[in-house]
Write a protein that binds this ligand. Structure first.
Ligand code: ACO
Length: 325
């Protein structure tokens, strides 16, 4: 049966130049490289330069994805930017990217689902493309978390970093078969009962300040493995695939221990998991496209590969996307 599938035609990413190692952080707060590596797998993170905005990172990643897709920016009719660290309260970071790319048609908007933002963005774009409401979408995850970290709180500031990644998705006619390229399934979930376990303690509508990230790490960890595994199992059941058929698992890079736990629970061999956390920490919505870009550049992605994306973040929000590369 002829259907429309959303096919990823290009991927790109950008990391700010400045690198902050664990040893650098140990000069600011009472911590150590050993502690950070053992608890999270993080060795270093990138920090945006003064004046470098989330939209600057997003634009650099978007440029790369567009060049690789071979699609002209003016043919993009949907831009979704997933970010929890927008340049301004409004307008959206997506419209800054739109202007930066010289696009003045179609629609551009932000999605706020914190670390799950990229999966939410892919799910939203997929629905726009399959319904015929858009033809070519740019989905970006971009963050400058260094700006919302309390650099006196060692339990949080060691975990996060800045970066951006992007994909270009195009609506393509398909037979809808198992081997045809494109997004096969997206599932997004949230449960607001947990909003106080991971949040920012400010906002324009409450404190009139930006605020700082606060987290109950132990509780987040407890929920993460369970919720991520749950949504992946739901995805596999609904599409009829088994975990061992996944060629590449591209998870949100929050914590190596969470990723190890999920892979073990699902029975996915660790060599099929893309792990970039050591190089850039948790970059929230940017981490999946950064990891996807890494896999692409390392030639770990071949046409026809079955690829699974997943994330969980503040809210809680979580989700998964299964696609044929
Ligand atoms: N350096 C050294 N010691 C530290 C640090 C640090 N940076 N941070 C905390 N500690 C200390 C604590 O003070 C505590 O000391 P105490 O026993 O004397 O009180 C001790 O280490 C243990 O603290 P815990 O918080 O219990 O450590 P835990 O083993 O839970 O590890 C961590 C903390 C890494 C945050 C873990 O809970 C975790 O990974 N949680 C998941 C959080 C996460 O990934 N969040 C990302 C956002 S959500 C997402 O993307 C899925």
């Amino acid at each position: 049966m002829a259907v429309i599938r959303s096919v990823i035609q290009g991927v790109g990413a950008y990391l700010p130049e400045q690198v902050m190692t664990n040893a650098d952080i140990a000069k600011i707060v009472d911590t150590s490289d050993e502690w950070i590596v053992a608890r999270s797998g993080i060795e270093q993170r990138h920090i945006a330069a003064e004046g470098e905005k989330t939209s600057d990172l997003a634009l650099a990643a978007a440029h790369k994805a567009l060049v690789r897709s071979g699609i002209d920016p003016t043919d993009i009719d949907l831009i979704i930017c997933a970010t929890a660290t927008p340049d301004r309260t409004f307008p959206s970071t997506a419209v800054a990217v739109q202007a930066g790319l010289g696009i003045s048609s179609g629609a551009a908007f932000d999605i706020q689902a914190v670390c799950s933002g990229f999966v939410y963005g892919v799910a939203t774009a997929d629905n726009f493309l399959r319904s015929g409401a858009a033809k070519r979408a740019l989905v970006i995850g971009a963050e400058t978390f260094s700006r919302i970290l309390d650099w006196e709180d060692r339990s949080t500031c060691v975990l996060f970093g800045d970066g951006a990644g992007a994909v270009v998705m195009e609506a393509q006619p398909s037979h809808g078969g198992r081997d045809d390229r494109g997004i096969l399934s997206t599932l997004i979930r949230s449960d607001g009962r947990y909003q106080d376990l991971l949040y920012v303690d400010g906002g324009p509508g409450s404190t009139k300040t930006v605020g700082y990230l606060r987290m109950n790490g132990r509780e987040v960890f407890r929920h993460a493995v369970q919720k991520i595994t749950g949504v992946i199992e739901e995805t596999l059941v609904s599409t009829g695939y088994a975990a061992d058929e996944i060629d590449l698992f591209v998870p949100h890079q929050a914590n190596k221990r969470i990723l190890d736990g999920v892979a073990k629970k699902l029975g996915v061999p660790i060599e099929r998991v893309v792990m970039t956390i050591s190089k850039h920490g948790n970059t929230s919505a940017a981490s999946i496209p950064l990891a996807l870009n890494h896999a692409f550049e390392e030639h770990r992605l071949s046409e026809g590969n079955l690829v699974l994306l997943e994330a969980m973040g503040g809210g809680f929000t979580w989700g998964a996307a299964l696609l044929r590369w």
